[in-house]
Design a binder for this molecule. Structure first.
Ligand SMILES: Cc1cc2nc3c(=O)[nH]c(=O)nc-3n(C[C@H](O)[C@H](O)[C@H](O)COP(=O)(O)O)c2cc1C
Length: 172
């Protein structure tokens, strides 16, 4: 499959099969792809937290209320440290969100290449999540990402709803 076909075949999944666990080798390859993500000035201002234990998954589910989320068995959490990220001298722009977005994208596409599904979760309660993860002052949580196999029927043939190329391009 070419790259365009590959990215077009990825979908956010919001219902995971608890009876189909994620293989450790696949999980490690996904994490390795994340490790290879580029970051401004190669600062790598990130950490990936892998949550698999039942008590911790339960606590996580209090930070994001979607009922399907409470049934996931693996959740990756991308957190970062703003003070470790690159800052542009001329105007103070800090690259943390950009760096962490690229890391997330690497993880998501690597998971897809392994036949695993994901969903980017940003609509969590950040303060609650800070407490659950016992974050230090300097750390911030950027996104959560459940990882696993969809329940039967979940992926079907959902159409991709995207703006047309005409709508999103300007040719000068
Ligand atoms: C920055 C970002 C935040 C998102 N947050 C959530 C979220 O909190 N909950 C959720 O169910 N999906 C979330 N999504 C998934 C998007 O809704 C989804 O990617 C989009 O609708 C396109 O669908 P697709 O991923 O199936 O192509 C998020 C995606 C991105 C990129």
């Amino acid at each position: 499959m070419d790259f365009t076909g590959f990215v077009s075949s990825r979908y956010s999944v919001r219902s995971y099969d608890p009876l189909h666990p994620v293989e450790k080798e696949k999980l490690l390859r996904v994490l390795e792809a994340g490790r290879m993500a580029p970051s401004a000035s190669n600062r790598q201002p990130w950490k990936i937290v892998i949550v698999q234990s039942t008590p911790m998954l339960r606590k996580l589910s209090t930070c994001y209320s979607a009922s399907w989320f409470a049934k996931t068995t693996v959740v990756l959490i991308v957190k970062g440290n703003r003070s470790e990220a690159w800052t542009r001298k001329s105007d103070g722009y800090n690259s943390i969100e950009t760096d962490l977005t690229i890391l997330m994208d690497h993880l998501i596409l690597a998971a897809h290449a392994e036949g695993l599904s994901t969903c980017w979760i940003a609509a969590f309660e950040p303060q609650k999540l800070r407490e659950v993860l016992a974050l230090s002052e300097s750390e911030e949580v950027f996104a959560m990402m459940p990882l696993g196999y969809p329940v039967a029927g979940e992926i079907a043939t959902r159409p991709k709803t995207r703006k047309t190329l005409d709508e999103i391009t300007e040719w000068l």
